[in-house]
Design a binder for this molecule. Structure first.
Ligand code: HEC
Length: 103
């Protein structure tokens, strides 16, 4: 089991090093894992914001876009405020997709 996981991790890391960020792959992950709360175009889902009692910012807006790629990646994978971190396989691709939402 451990060997299998190490092999899988190695493959994922290798792929990440070879491929530059792929916004199309990021979009696919975004639609699966993020869209329900953040909307297809980064506009927050008002019902989620209300349920969690938090002011969600548009991902395409100035404040979020002003963050560095490294900060966005950290927030996405480790969590930020009321959002838990998401263990997605291709965080760099998702960051590239979030960049494409810029208004
Ligand atoms: C269950 C709902 C939910 C899902 C799914 C979700 N988020 Fe979030 N996200 C939130 C909430 C709520 C916040 C605001 C957290 C706070 O400020 O307390 C947030 C904040 C963020 C922020 C920081 C925005 C800011 O205010 O600066 C980023 C970036 C982000 N999410 C990206 C993502 C990405 C990418 C995914 C998919 C991998 C994702 N989120 C999945 C609910 C969600």
């Amino acid at each position: 089991m451990r060997t299998l996981m190490t092999a899988m991790l190695g493959t994922a890391l290798g792929a990440a090093l070879v491929l530059a960020a792929d916004a199309a792959a990021g979009k696919a992950t975004y639609e699966k894992s993020c869209k329900s709360c953040h909307g297809a175009d980064g506009t927050p889902n008002a019902a989620i914001a209300k349920a969690l009692k938090v002011e969600m910012k548009a991902l395409g807006g100035k404040e979020v876009q002003a963050k560095s790629d490294a900060d966005l990646k950290k927030e996405i994978t480790e969590g930020v405020g009321k959002m838990k971190g998401y263990k997605i396989a291709n965080p760099d691709d998702v960051v590239a997709h979030v960049r494409s939402l810029k208004k």
